[in-house]
Design a protein around this ligand. Structure first.
Ligand SMILES: Nc1ncnc2c1ncn2[C@@H]1O[C@H](COP(=O)(O)OP(=O)(O)O)[C@@H](O)[C@H]1O
Ligand SMILES: [Mg+2]
Length: 266
């Protein structure tokens, strides 16, 4: 079954003849069967929105079902934001939404399953990962994320500011092609606007200082988050690690002090 979500963004790519965007609607039962009743064994992730489960549809397609938790306070708003932002976008470096489920009080987003989970888990996480992130792979990931961001900022209309670029929101497919995901905080940028004023949201360590101070989010706020991500990719560590000695805990501080030392030695 398809479902129509009237969107007011004036996009044309995936619109039907009637001018509305189509998203496949799943029944709860279908997703329950696909994920073996949302079993713990199939759980592949968790975030502020709720839990994410791997599943297999009747036709054999693997999916990731992102289930809104009953305790998530901004949940319904984030569910609709994510659905609206990503429902008609196709790009190699953005996650693909397959459909959704809105039955009773269940709210579930269904995505293409990505075999190598997120950069947070594989490159930075404590969980064992056998992936070799050689320089070629790191460059491919860095360029792929930049392409995805450039598409959101420059190509799609209205432009989209993601607002939560970070390692756990960069998913990797089987070939380590990166896909920007988690559009729960995304904002559409009105034509000719340079910023949107919003309640400050995002993740500590990735927040652009001027956004945190003024509450005005711009494309540059995403670029700041991307810069932090780039440092993490190059260094192979999280931007914050409180288990390290004090002087090593914050990657940004460490890098700026190294840069200052180098300038002094010039
Ligand atoms: N399509 C997917 N394929 C594989 N893993 C996924 C997928 N979507 C999400 N995940 C996993 O679930 C985690 C949380 O998903 P995310 O969309 O970021 O939710 P939240 O809004 O709660 O942060 C991700 O960091 C990742 O580990
Ligand atoms: Mg997330």
């Amino acid at each position: 079954m398809d479902c129509c979500f009237p969107l007011s963004r004036g996009r044309h790519a995936a619109k039907g003849d009637d001018g509305v965007h189509r998203v496949k609607v799943f029944s709860c039962n279908e997703l329950r069967k696909a994920t073996q009743n949302f079993s713990e064994a199939n759980k592949i992730g968790e975030g502020g929105f709720g839990s994410v489960y791997r599943g297999m549809l009747k036709d054999g397609t693997f999916v990731a079902a992102k289930v809104l938790s009953a305790t998530s306070r901004q949940g319904i708003g984030e569910f609709l934001t994510e659905l609206t932002a990503i429902s008609d976008i196709k790009h190699e470096n953005l996650v693909t939404l397959i459909g959704c489920c809105a039955e009773g009080n269940h709210r579930i987003l269904v995505y293409n399953y990505l075999e190598n989970n997120s950069l947070q888990q594989t490159l930075l996480g404590s969980r064992y990962s056998s992936i070799q992130f050689n320089w070629e792979a790191r460059v491919k990931i860095a360029i792929g994320v930049a392409r995805g961001l450039a598409f959101l900022h420059e190509e799609i209309r209205p432009h989209i500011i993601h607002r939560d670029i970070k390692a756990s929101n960069i998913l990797l497919d089987k070939d380590l092609t990166p896909k920007i995901s988690d559009f729960g905080l995304a904002r559409l940028l009105p034509p000719n606007a340079t910023h949107v004023s919003t309640r400050v949201a995002g993740t500590l360590g990735y927040l652009a200082p001027e956004y945190a101070i003024r509450g005005q989010v711009t494309k540059k706020s995403d670029i700041y988050g991307y810069g932090v991500l780039l440092l993490e990719i190059v260094c192979g560590r999280c931007n914050t690690n409180t288990r390290l000695p004090r002087e090593d805990q914050f990657l940004l501080e460490k890098v700026s002090s190294l840069a200052a030392d180098n300038t002094e030695n010039l």
